[in-house]
Design a protein around this ligand. Sequence first.
Ligand SMILES: [Zn+2]
Length: 307
Amino acid sequence: MTTVLALDIGGTKMAAGLVAPDGSVIAHDRVATPPGGDAETLWAAVVGLLDGLVARTGTAYDAVGIGCGGPMVWPQGLVSPLNIPGWRGFPLLDRVRERYAGDRPAAIHNDAVALAVAEHRWGAGRGLENVLGMVVSTGVGGGLVLGGRRIDGSSGNAGHVGHVVVDPDGPACPCGGRGCVEAIARGPALAAYAVSLGWTGAETGVDVAAGARAGDPACRAAFERAGRAVGIGVASAAALLDLDVVAIGGGIAQAGDLFLDPVRAAFAEHGGMGFVRRCRIVPTGTGPLAGLSGAAALVLPPDDQPT
Ligand SMILES: [Zn+2]
């Protein structure tokens, strides 16, 4: 039996966990990603998080898996997450390997690629061959399993559905482009849009979701707009890739039907062909800790399952 020390790095939070061979998270911890932190400040937060977890759970893990926002130089693991400006070409895999892995296997991938692998193995894509995993949070990430195989692409960055253009005249995107799904649907853009319509509550996805649930029209409009952008992007992805399922996780997706209803409505409007419409859009089946299960899935052999 293999247990994995898993690390999941996002623009808002960093999570660490000990993950069992069936993808279940045995223990976990999280910290806020230091806003505006420089490279070493960010690394110190990772060390604090992992040291704390290892002190609690011990060093009897067999491998180390890391999911991190993209893009990155892969498989070397030099990360440049769009939403963590303090890391540009930061050697995250080497740093983690030196301090925590030793001789154990260690691997890194885009967080949404990791999520796609976990969903294919244990979650909403179980038994299916063609899965798009998405993380809709501070950024919008994507990863692919096609024909039952993880798709890396030419440089390890395949699946960035967050940077499919859905409105050529839309807002500037952190990637340098314009009108990408991420430019419209990322948490900060969603909250800013609610504020532009008169929302006076806290400018976070969680608070805007609470406002929308309470019937605030600005918040509802913000979720509608973000959901539509994702739905249009997913319709394009499904036409290109002939998908079975799209599994969506991340902080914004945790708003549930408030977010998924406009995603599905826009998908139905823009996905015309029968094979496109076959694709289902669902929340992640591996739950809110999907990112940790995904990071672990990168180093867990598929047949290492308890029987
Ligand atoms: Zn973009």
